[in-house]
Design a protein around this ligand. Structure first.
Ligand code: M6R
Length: 398
């Protein structure tokens, strides 16, 4: 029975045991939808284009005092645990890299479905963050219960403020991405990264020099503009990459450092949207197995901005090209010049030039490049990008 009283709505019904259950009606805040955008072909593309505004909103939220208690608790922790599934796990892994390198804090990223079935030894002085777009993923919820049972502090980083995860955690960082309609996560993923960066900058304040902190803050501030630049890349620039991937029988996404988890996310996006089989690997692992796959039908996508690891990535590309494979480089202007100067067989190399990035911004920029690439391949194959087969938006079962 539905009851209306003084503007409040509640629903009364009976449980299986005959108990009366009352649930009150809660209006949902549906902010974040960018209606001012031009009409997009589908929700996935619209959500990809919403990312610069989402990141701006997240940064704005971190400028206030709203998250101070959770930020303080995380800053005091001896170890930061980051737990999620699918893309939320890859965001956690990116977080691990960023927290260890720039926050100088011990961090562990865990797949929730594994964490809950092993017997993790937990440190009572740690803090666990649970990342989930939906806030309803069963494995992640169960992992959270395990941590809570040991009286260890928990936080939910979720896009659904009234979700089970948000209700059960000690503290919540809402993602403010607006409703993500596409089954394929894009803007909620980069919003998770933005939340992690917001936390990182607070941790780095205590553990890094002023100069390093200022450099990180400056780089983070540029992210929305860098993403806007990517979203302006013309279709002609993407075409050669798409054509290569359409012909490939083996597709590898390869990156080093923080771009290794981005490579995992890139491969997942391609699988989900276009049903092409792709694998993500740390580029340094190529010689430990996957190189056996490489032949003329293999296309390797290298996430290769000009940085201290670029020469290593270039040499990994050489290994694939020497075996007849094709290399796609997602890089920047300096990287492109270095590739052209190198002795790589240029006929087997395809390059897409992105803006120059810094230590924080590169994971955002290369994630969005991978999203765009996957989207374009999927559209070419006529796939339903918003509703890929066999997938659900919230995985509430095992
Ligand atoms: O709602 P969650 O973030 O907990 O969902 C976790 C995964 O199921 C989700 O990220 C999945 O991998 C997406 N389809 C990625 O696009």
């Amino acid at each position: 029975m539905i009851q209306r009283e003084n503007g409040a709505i509640s629903c009364h019904f009976q449980s299986e045991q005959g108990r009366e259950v009352v649930k009150s009606w809660q209006p949902l805040e549906l902010t974040g939808r960018e209606d001012s955008h031009p009409v997009f072909e589908d929700a996935t593309l619209r959500e990809i284009y919403e990312q610069p505004s989402v990141i701006r909103r997240m940064m704005e939220a971190f400028r206030g005092r709203e998250f101070e208690p959770i930020l303080e608790a995380i800053s005091q922790a001896q170890m930061l645990g980051l737990i999620g599934c699918g893309s939320s796990f890859y965001a956690s892994l990116i977080g691990k890299y960023l927290f260890e390198i720039w926050g100088r804090v011990s961090a562990q990223a865990e797949v929730a479905s594994e964490f809950r079935y092993r017997a993790p030894v937990l440190n009572e002085h740690s803090f666990y963050l649970f990342l989930s777009q939906s806030g309803e993923t069963l494995d992640t919820l169960q992992a959270m219960e395990m941590v809570r049972a040991q009286k260890i502090s928990t936080g939910a980083v979720t896009n659904v403020a009234h979700s089970s995860m948000a209700k059960r955690a000690d503290a919540v960082i809402p993602l403010r991405a607006g409703p993500e309609v596409s089954v394929v996560s894009t803007k909620a993923f980069t919003a998770q990264l933005a939340a992690l960066v917001g936390i990182l900058l607070r941790v780095a304040k205590q553990r890094q020099s002023k100069d390093v902190l200022a450099r990180l803050q400056k780089d983070a501030k540029k992210i929305p503009e860098l993403l806007e630049e990517i979203l302006r890349i013309r279709d002609d620039a993407w075409k050669p990459l798409v054509q290569q991937l359409l012909q490939a029988s083996v597709i590898l996404f390869l990156g080093r450092g923080v771009l290794y988890p981005v490579a995992l996310e890139g491969a997942l996006k391609l699988k989900e949207t276009s049903y092409l089989h792709a694998e993500g690997y740390p580029a340094g692992e190529l010689k430990h197995g996957p190189i056996a796959l490489v032949d003329v039908h293999t296309v390797s996508v290298f996430l290769a901005p000009w940085d201290e690891l670029f020469p290593k990535v270039l040499s990994n590309a050489q290994e694939t090209l020497a075996r007849g494979g094709t290399a796609i480089f997602l890089t920047d202007a300096i990287g492109q010049r270095e590739i052209e100067k190198s002795d790589l067989p240029q006929g087997k190399v395809v390059t897409l030039v992105a803006p120059e990035t810094g230590e924080i911004s590169k994971s955002f920029v290369y994630s969005v490049l991978c999203q765009m690439l996957a989207y374009k391949v999927a559209k070419f194959r006529g796939c339903n990008v918003d509703r890929p087969r066999n997938l659900a938006k919230a995985v509430t079962v095992e």
